[in-house]
Design a protein around this ligand. Structure first.
Ligand SMILES: [Zn+2]
Length: 288
């Protein structure tokens, strides 16, 4: 039986929100079993709490956001990916602004800080999200599905109408072992946010991307990233795996199952998450 985990010691992360351009500070603290991943907006009156769960999922353009009452938190996907890959079940994150820091556009620093804080094994078994049958969700662009499996695995297929973003595929097995955490830290966590040059202008017009620059966002034109270089030849698909892992952890629980996605983004992921939660609850009531 796998036990729940939290961090061993408190940790601090500072930076600027990628979309809002606002300065922000995060204080991460260990939390007791079954507390889950909880954000606290320490800059708002009454320090409102926003638990990471599908009920608090809030639709936002090109990022993942959570909302409870008046309190919102934006761009949670990269820190959630790090927490998921390290199998951290419980942590309290105090945040003093509306958006997580963008850092270098990847999850590299989040993983580094969390691993430095250390993992603490708790004495309560972990509960998982699982399904009895496969589920598939699709929209006009892509698909995402789960196939029941003992393990948690993600496969992503990226295919844009762009020669540098064509037919890229990446996969990862996530089991919380040292080997799996090392693989994530080395191969997936450093993959940065990207967009096409033509989409960058749309984002700026919408008042987004205020904290973005050519170093934390790969702005890709016909030749490659403008004023930058890829960390991996297939960095974009690796970042898609990262975003998907983070989005899936909005479930607040780790998954047992094989996830296969093709061109899915935050919007389709959120539909899938809600469906997955329903199916998992059906299975639980059946067992009970
Ligand atoms: Zn991302």
């Amino acid at each position: 039986m796998e036990m729940q985990r939290t961090i061993r010691s408190a940790a601090l992360i500072k930076g600027i929100g990628l979309q809002t351009g606002k300065r922000v500070e995060l204080k991460l603290r260990p939390a007791p079993p079954d507390r889950g991943i909880v954000f606290i907006r320490s800059d708002m009156p009454g320090d409102p709490e926003i638990r990471v769960c599908p009920q608090n999922l809030h639709s936002a353009f090109q990022r993942t956001a959570l909302k409870r009452g008046r309190a919102e938190i934006h761009t949670v996907e990269h820190i959630l990916a790090a927490l998921s890959a390290l199998y951290i079940d419980n942590v309290v994150i105090e945040i003093n602004n509306v958006e997580l820091p963008g850092l270098d556009g990847s999850a590299k620093e989040f993983v580094g800080v969390l691993r430095d804080a250390g993992l603490h094994m708790q004495d309560v078994p972990r509960n998982y999200i699982e399904t009895e049958k496969p589920i598939i969700c699709s929209d006009d662009k892509g698909t995402i599905q789960i196939i029941p499996d003992e393990h948690f695995k993600i496969e992503y297929f990226l295919d844009y109408d762009h020669k540098l973003l064509k037919e890229q595929w990446s996969d990862i097995i996530l089991d919380g072992s040292e080997k799996s955490m090392d693989f994530f830290e080395r191969e997936i966590a450093p993959a940065r946010t990207f967009c096409l040059e033509r989409d960058a202008m749309t984002l700026l017009k919408l008042g987004l991307g205020k904290g973005a620059d050519f170093s934390n966002t790969l702005v890709i034109n016909a030749e490659g990233p403008i004023n930058n270089r890829f960390r991996f030849p297939d960095e974009p698909v690796r970042h898609k795996v990262l975003d998907l892992l983070g989005d899936l952890y909005v479930l607040g629980r780790h998954i047992k199952g094989r996830i296969v996605a093709r061109k899915s983004g935050h919007k389709l992921n959120s539909i899938f998450i809600k469906r997955l939660k329903e199916e998992s609850e059906k299975l639980l009531t059946k067992i009970a």
